[in-house]
Design a protein around this ligand. Sequence first.
Ligand SMILES: [Zn+2]
Length: 129
Amino acid sequence: MLGWLLFGRGHRHVTAEMLYDEACEARISVSLATVYNTLHQFREASLLRQLAVDGTKSYFDTNVAEHHHFFLEDEQMLVDVPDGLITIGEVPEAPEGSEVVCVEVIVRLRRKNTRAKSSQQASQQLTEA
Ligand SMILES: [Zn+2]
């Protein structure tokens, strides 16, 4: 049931809490703990990837291919960066006994302060006049 909720809508990024809310809305009776366990089982089976954006929340991505993300701080939302927009420079060699699994970039975005922007425009107009 949870799998259907998770994978039935194309690629997406969810937290356990988001999926739990969706399950409640769909009248699927599960506990938040079950949702956590299910997500981690899917992750162990490589059907999901876990992304830690900050210390408090884990996002699970149904797209398991290597790709980069925008994180919209105002919405607390992850969005895939279209392919080819980010070029990775040199990656350091892995320390002995380990290997690089993948390199992923999270570009954090927040809305521009529109007030600061309009005062900037105003002062620009002043100088132009
Ligand atoms: Zn993604």
